[in-house]
Design a protein around this ligand. Structure first.
Ligand SMILES: *[C@@H]1O[C@H](CO)[C@@H](O)[C@H](O)[C@H]1NC(C)=O
Ligand SMILES: *[C@@H]1O[C@H](CO)[C@@H](O)[C@H](O)[C@H]1NC(C)=O
Ligand SMILES: *[C@@H]1O[C@H](CO)[C@@H](O)[C@H](O)[C@H]1NC(C)=O
Length: 367
């Protein structure tokens, strides 16, 4: 007898949840500062980032880097492509869901009327962009970190000031909103030059520029930050297709990214002391994604899930510029893969991330 594929999927899903909620890894935390992020309520979620969390901003930009066509979105609210680089929800979507908020809509797709009306958050994230203004621009237009913060400032000036009648109402709203930042890996993918750039110097400059935008957000009123570190790009399908032996991670690029991540984590403690009333949640997305790859850290998932080849295209040759296109054939069960396309995870991987961050509290830590 054959199980219907949906119940099979559900079964596989719950098996993961069971594994991930392994009792031995649940450490009891009772500190008040943790309550802000793990039990707290936020008025809104503002998302700043790249394609990992883009909710459709690039749909409205002149660029080749888009995902507003099938097979993207096959599992998204009835199977509609939205411009998310995934078959379903992104990690920003799961963060919104965790806090009981609507999914933050893409800024570039909103009318002025909608911008004036929204008070539960907006998404400014843009695929292919990074911290440095030049990153990703070879592929077309995108919104760099600085431009995203510019747009957020514009939102305050042109939209929020109409909605919130008093200064104190507005600053309360901003202080009680969550600001997710997830950006910087494209600076490694497109701007970092392995032969000419010193990884230490590059990480230092990237970190300085990143933190100056965090400080800008703080000046604008942001107080609670969800800072996602950079993914292990060296283990992604587009990279491992050309490593020797084929399929092994590119340790050079991972080490360069690790240098940045360590700086990011370490820098949050002094930054918190410098910026009044600030809390950070640091998300170790790098090690989460490495763990999904297995086998040492997560045997079960590495046995059950394809952690090296993307779902789309179903047959991936790893040639540059080969990605998931509207004429690509996708795999039939995305939930059997960690990666949906050569650069981005599946909804299942994003869901597993949210469980490990919020439920298990292993990936995410309060600073
Ligand atoms: C304004 O937002 C409310 C919900 O917050 C919604 O019901 C209403 O349709 C929105 N109006 C416009 C014009 O978007
Ligand atoms: C990196 O720099 C070297 C030396 O300047 C140059 O030859 C090479 O094309 C650069 N690589 C990329 C990807 O820009
Ligand atoms: C898919 O479309 C692209 C252009 O959009 C084209 O270059 C490619 O050859 C097509 N692939 C197939 C399998 O038809």
């Amino acid at each position: 007898m054959e199980l219907p594929s949906s119940s099979l999927k559900r079964c596989v899903l719950w098996l993961f949840v069971f594994c991930l909620l392994n009792v031995s890894t649940i450490i009891s935390h009772s500190l008040e500062k943790e309550a802000v992020f793990f039990d707290g309520k936020f008025q809104a979620l503002y998302v700043i980032g790249d394609s990992l969390v883009d909710a459709g901003n690039n749909n409205n930009l002149e660029t080749k880097v888009k995902s507003n066509f099938a097979p993207y979105g096959s599992e998204f609210e009835g199977g509609k492509p939205t411009g998310r680089f995934c078959n379903g929800k992104t990690i920003a979507d799961y963060i919104a869901i965790y806090y009981g908020l609507p999914l933050a809509p893409a800024y570039m797709g909103l009318s002025e009327e909608q911008k004036n009306n929204i008070s539960t958050g907006i998404n400014y994230a843009s695929a292919s962009c990074g911290v440095f203004p030049e990153t990703g621009t070879k592929m077309g237009h995108c919104l760099s970190l600085g431009v995203q913060v510019d747009l957020f400032e514009k939102t305050i000036e042109q939209n929020m000031k109409n909605r919130f009648k008093t200064e104190s109402e507005l600053s309360e709203h901003l202080a009680e909103s969550l600001f997710m930042t997830s950006i910087g890996v494209n600076d490694y993918a497109y701007t970092f030059n392995k032969t000419t750039d010193d990884p230490k110097e590059f990480a230092k400059k990237l970190h300085n520029d990143y933190m100056s935008q965090i400080k800008r957000l703080h000046r604008l009123g942001a107080r609670k930050f969800f800072v996602n570190n950079l993914k292990p790009l060296g283990c992604y399908p587009n990279v491992i297709a050309s490593t020797v032996p084929r399929g092994s991670c590119n340790e050079g690029i991972n080490q360069a990214i690790s240098l940045f991540n360590a700086k990011l984590r370490k820098g949050l403690t002094p930054l918190k002391q410098k910026l009044s009333g600030t809390s950070f949640l640091y998300s170790d997305y790098f090690n989460f994604m490495l763990g999904l790859r297995g086998p040492s850290s997560n045997q079960a998932s590495s046995n059950l899930l394809d952690s090296t080849s993307p779902c789309c295209p179903n047959v991936y040759d790893g040639k540059p510029y080969t990605s998931c296109m509207s004429n690509s054939t996708a795999c039939t069960v995305p939930d059997s893969h960690i990666f949906f396309d050569p650069f981005h995870p599946t909804q299942l991987a994003n869901f597993m991330y949210a469980v490990r961050c919020f439920q298990e509290r292993k990936v995410c830590q309060v600073v």
